[in-house]
Design a protein around this ligand. Structure first.
Ligand SMILES: C[S@@+](CC[C@H](N)C(=O)[O-])C[C@H]1O[C@@H](n2cnc3c(N)ncnc32)[C@H](O)[C@@H]1O
Length: 201
């Protein structure tokens, strides 16, 4: 079953449990913009109102809705129509159909369900992942055997980016103690299911 509750990397989880500062890393514009120009994303499947990269996005339900807000929701449901943050639509529980070009920078605390979902979906999916965890099962099982022409049946492209990018959490830069940049590089993984003619444009 696909897990939907954000979890930290097992080592981190043992120490401090789920942590929004691990999961809420906004993609830097110098990474996202060229990819968006190339793929023209239609849907951001892992987002929140403050960091969504597409007009259409899925986000976790607010935790938990304050009583006053629940009353508002019950009394004035029309105010919440079209606001994906009002109730939250879990990106792992929604379909990613073939007409979507999906952008996904998943919660790094629990990567495997997102990689699995991209593997079994029909959409074109472009996913930002940490490049320093390729020994882990989610990479070894769902990406390594299929990537970069290793299998005739599955087309997964990997792009390892140069340098390290500085992510932001609710507008503030995330840094480690000794460096301005986080201690990992990035790999972009592409499940390219666009029709041939759309790849040319
Ligand atoms: C790494 S951030 C990416 C933010 C933004 N989409 C971007 O690319 O910069 C991951 C976001 O996914 C949200 N998220 C976590 N689990 C989710 C789920 N099951 N469905 C939708 N969004 C989720 C987190 O709250 C967080 O805002």
């Amino acid at each position: 079953m696909l897990a939907s509750i954000p979890r930290n990397h097992p080592n981190q989880r043992r120490k401090r449990g789920a942590d929004d500062s691990v999961d809420d890393r906004e993609t830097p514009a110098d990474v996202f913009d060229p990819l968006n120009a190339e793929f023209k994303f239609t849907l951001d499947v892992a987002a929140a109102r403050h960091n969504a990269k597409c007009a259409r996005y899925y986000s976790l339900p607010p935790k938990p809705y304050a009583n006053a807000d629940v009353r508002q929701l019950v009394m004035f449901p029309e105010r919440f129509v079209g606001d994906p943050d009002a109730l939250g639509l879990d990106g792992l529980q929604q379909p990613w159909p073939s007409n979507e070009v999906v952008w996904c920078n998943p919660p790094f605390s629990d990567i495997e369900p997102w990689v699995l979902k991209a593997s079994v979906s029909l959409a074109t999916v472009v996913m930002l992942l940490p490049a320093n965890r390729c020994e882990q099962p989610w990479w070894q099982k769902w990406i390594e055997p299929w990537r970069d022409d290793r299998s005739p049946n599955v087309i997964i492209e990997t792009r390892f980016l140069a340098g390290r990018r500085c992510f932001k959490n609710r507008g503030l830069a995330i840094t480690n103690r000794t460096s301005r940049n986080p201690p990992f590089g990035i790999v972009i993984v592409v499940w390219d299911r666009r029709p041939w003619d759309r790849k040319q444009s």
